[in-house]
Design a protein around this ligand. Structure first.
Ligand code: PLP
Length: 435
């Protein structure tokens, strides 16, 4: 039976109700690797990379590695021909150690240190996205010291506030990222950059938000940024030919989510760019998009074992699993919802709404409120949480000193480890004893 909605492409249930992903039964994975466990469907991950490349012909699709930055994921994404965006030296280091060529990397960040910038120059990353006036001067100094001219993008804050279902164009945009267009800072930054001998502004970048469901905010972003490029051409006689429209495409976490198909998103953006360029008589720039969540999010499920079931008469039934906010902070941080299912057996029992919680000492340690799960749910059952590839492992912590989970890649009945489970020794490794 095919799993619907937010589950990975290859997810099915066996005739005894066991979830299989990549041809591997999750009960076997839990027995061998333990729980909590991130299970990544390799076919799903590769297929989403391909759909993006097909949906955006001629565009440099770039994986925003903040979504999940681990060597195996980066290697797969690199093999599928995506560029990779890194937002810190740690992410850059992971990519380089994974064997991703430096000239496939784009460096982001609102506070890159001298050391980070210099390492990027040394490695020879493809583009550095400059985020502030301080950074313009810092990078100019470092480039001068190396006697190189560095191609950069300026990060623009375009005044488009994208929510899940709508967007607004705000006159004033109070953001920690980028040069705010409405305040004249983008213009000032461009003028300043033109004066600097060792920086070459070759394009601009504008990312408008995350988990966006409509195409309108992306269309607005393309229009606003192209208008800006055309205005700069008038003012400075300079044509910039690279435009990065950021990431932010929404994905399905539950059955209620209805994200836009990649092909529709691509078509809307490409048509808008073509029309606007024609209207402005501006040469079509090289385009870049930067999805993170939409590449890796849907590929993964997290397996947990039920440890306690606590029905409070007339109140909530609390189901506790063996992980929680340390391996998925999203429900606590953003009130995010993920679909949850019993995956280790079949059950004909009536569903009842329960609240699935983690094992941390924190009331906000939720997995899912009001999850409709079979009323015979019992200790030892396995639950799977859908669409946990993005912003879960990458935001994982050791809160309450829980060792962070393992991750495995599954495909055609084969299992390959991606992350080994942390041990208790790992957990205390950085501690310095005073005894
Ligand atoms: C600059 C930039 N690009 C891309 C992304 C990826 O966003 P998403 O994972 O929602 O596609 C982010 C997310 O914060 C970002 O800040």
């Amino acid at each position: 039976m095919t799993m619907p909605g937010p589950w990975p492409y290859t997810a099915t249930r066996s005739d005894v109700g066991v979830l299989t992903v990549g041809g591997v039964a999750v009960t076997d994975l839990a027995a061998e690797y333990g729980t909590p466990l991130w299970v990544v469907d390799e076919e799903d991950l590769r297929e989403r990379c391909r759909r993006y490349r097909e949906g955006f012909p001629g565009v440099d699709v770039t994986y925003a590695s903040k979504a999940w930055c681990t060597m195996g994921v980066l290697q797969i994404v690199d093999e599928e021909g995506l560029l990779i965006d890194v937002a810190s030296e740690g992410e850059m280091h992971t990519a380089l150690v994974a064997g991703v060529p430096a000239d496939r990397l784009i460096l982001h960040g609102n506070n890159k240190s001298e050391h980070e910038l210099d390492r990027a120059l040394e490695a020879g990353v493809l583009r550095i996205v400059v985020d502030s006036f301080d950074e313009l001067e810092r990078l100019e100094r470092l480039a001068a010291a190396r006697d190189v001219v560095v191609p950069i993008w300026l990060r623009i804050t375009p005044g488009i506030d994208a929510h899940t279902h709508e967007y607004v164009r705000t006159g004033h945009d109070d953001a920690k990222f980028g040069f705010t267009l409405s305040l004249g800072l983008a213009d000032e930054a461009f003028a300043r950059a033109l004066e600097l001998d060792h920086l070459d502004v070759v394009g601009i970048h504008a990312h408008i938000g995350s988990q966006i469901f409509g195409t309108d905010p992306f269309i607005a972003n393309a229009e606003v940024t192209l208008d800006l490029l055309a205005r700069w051409r008038e003012q400075h006689g300079v044509v910039l030919d690279e435009l990065n429209l950021g990431g932010g495409m929404g994905i399905r976490y539950t059955h209620e989510d209805h994200p836009v198909e990649v092909a529709r998103y691509g078509k809307a953006v490409l048509e808008t760019v073509a029309e606007r360029c024609e209207a402005l008589d501006y040469p079509q720039p090289r385009l870049i998009v930067e999805p993170g969540r939409a590449i890796v999010g849907p590929s993964t499920v997290t397996l947990y074992e039920v440890g306690t079931v606590k029905p409070l008469p007339g109140l909530t039934t609390w189901v506790s699993i063996d992980g929680g906010m340390s391996d998925n902070i999203r429900p606590a941080l953003y009130d995010a919802e993920h679909e949850v299912a019993l995956v280790s057996r079949e059950s004909d029992a009536e569903p009842r709404a329960v609240t699935v919680v983690g094992k941390h000492c924190e009331s906000g340690d939720l997995v899912r409120e009001h999850a409709p799960l079979p009323s015979d749910l019992a200790v030892g059952d396995l639950l799977a949480v859908a669409a946990t590839g993005a912003y879960t492992s990458s935001m994982a912590s050791n809160y309450n000193r829980l060792p962070r989970p393992a991750a495995v890649l599954v495909r055609d009945g084969q299992v390959r480890p991606l992350l080994r489970r942390e041990t208790l020794d790992d957990v205390v490794r950085r501690d310095v004893s005073l005894r």
